[in-house]
Design a protein around this ligand. Structure first.
Ligand SMILES: [Zn+2]
Length: 432
């Protein structure tokens, strides 16, 4: 069920997207109070935007714009809104996204072609291990997409390993949709309850929220930990409420496939210029086919690398590599650009490290300083040296590393105000 455009040549995909770009610009110029006034203020004639390269003539849209002018982005009267979703709001106030009936159809189509990419077919049964309510768009999108594919869905929701296993053994699903680290909890539960998980009905898992791979697409520590014990295939999917579009891996696991009929993708540097081929930068997108809240050149804050070489699955669309980090968390250290996930990966390579935090501050010279605090059972100079050598080998720099204790670190990591463990503390001056 690969849409025709995805196997077209890159020149055909480009022409197709440019047609769609002109359509979306006409649409927002007529219907979006935000873009209408922006184009007027900036003196932009949308008829002059004809190619992907011309996008550079348009201003970018930031999360702050969206937060501040949320209602002005809405292109339809409120009685056309069927579903109200909100962003997670991890960085400030959540933003509301209304979806029309057509937007829900688009969302279903998006998930259907994404799941198809990961090999889910009619006849499969999928266990949905994410929330479907709480104004969460993705959970609803998964359900709608699977329904469109005529695939069975078991809506178990997040957490509760006992209920997950009960459901797996009873309904024999073939795929799971989950946060990958939760698979470790499922394994743990199965092991302590004598469930033969390697002979269960599960073939694969669609994984959201956490990376499965390193930048070269080899498996990272988390996915190795899972697959060392459980022989299931893991597929990464990357999406956000703002883009209402998913980038899901095919069986070859070389980045999430782009769907040209749904979204235009750019990767920009700090001056909002497209990066050179193969460089990393901020993922920026323009949505296609959205009625209620289309976005033009929206900056996600996610630093990624695009891959354009053809994929063995036959799709010629570009692919988005694993998220390298959040732009706000970028660290400039001794001439190298670093992101916290890369440091977490180095630390996770050592089973002896029981807990850790990474603190970033501004030093007397006004540049970034990194201090890593770790808790281990048997602190030694030899271990510290080994860890530093590993940092040098993997990231080319060695931060300052100090021994601490679980008693000191755990309360910082597991803050009751946060739903997720916190390992990164940004104490830099001038951070907004
Ligand atoms: Zn592929």
């Amino acid at each position: 069920m690969i849409p025709k455009i995805e196997t077209a040549t890159s020149a055909e995909i480009k022409t197709f997207q440019e047609q769609k770009l002109m359509e979306v610009l006409r649409y927002v110029n007529e219907n979006s109070p935000y873009y209408k006034s922006l184009f007027l203020k900036e003196n932009i004639d949308i008829k002059s935007i004809k190619s992907i390269a011309d996008l550079a003539l348009l201003p970018v849209t930031t999360k702050e714009n969206l937060q501040k002018y949320n209602d002005d982005f809405l292109c339809v009267p409120s009685n056309k809104i069927i579903d109200y979703a909100t962003t997670s709001g991890t960085l400030g106030d959540p933003v509301t996204f209304g979806l029309t009936d057509n937007d829900l159809d688009r969302l279903a189509y998006n998930e259907a072609i994404s799941f198809d990419c990961a090999g889910i077919k009619e006849g499969d049964i999928v266990q949905l291990m994410t929330t479907i309510d709480r104004r969460f768009m993705a959970g609803l999108a998964y359900f709608l997409g699977l329904r469109k594919m005529k695939v069975g869905v078991i809506r178990v929701g997040a957490g509760i390993p006992e209920l997950q296993w009960d459901s797996i053994l009873k309904y024999k699903p073939t795929y799971l949709i989950t946060v990958p680290s939760f698979l470790l909890k499922l394994i743990e539960y199965a092991e302590s309850h004598n469930i033969d998980f390697n002979n269960s009905s599960i073939k694969g898992a669609i994984c959201i929220g956490e990376s499965l791979r390193n930048q070269d697409f080899s498996m990272n520590v988390l996915s190795k930990k899972i697959t060392d014990k459980w022989g299931l295939k893991l597929f990464s999917t990357y999406a956000s409420t703002e883009m209402s579009t998913a980038f899901t891996e095919c069986e070859h696991g070389v980045g999430g496939h782009h769907h040209p009929e749904l979204i235009i993708v750019e990767v920009l540097d700090e001056q909002n210029r497209p990066v050179q081929n193969g460089e990393s930068g901020e993922l920026t997108f323009t949505t296609l086919g959205i009625e209620a809240m289309p976005l033009v050149r929206f900056k996600t804050g996610d630093i990624v690398q695009l891959h354009t070489d053809p994929c063995l699955c036959g799709r010629n669309t570009l692919r988005v590599g694993p998220v390298i980090g959040r732009k706000q968390q970028m660290i400039k250290y001794k001439g190298t650009t670093l992101y916290p996930p890369a440091m977490n990966d180095v630390l996770n390579d050592f089973d002896a490290i029981e807990s850790h935090i990474i603190e970033i501050s501004t030093n007397d010279l006004g540049t970034d300083e990194i201090l890593i605090k770790i808790a281990v059972k048997h602190p030694s100079d030899a271990f510290l040296q080994e860890l530093k050598d590993h940092f040098r080998a993997k990231l080319r720099v060695t931060p300052i590393i100090e021994f601490s204790t679980n008693e000191l670190l755990k309360p910082l990591i597991f803050n009751p105000m946060s739903r997720k463990p916190i390992h990164f503390f940004d104490n830099r001056k001038g951070i907004v």
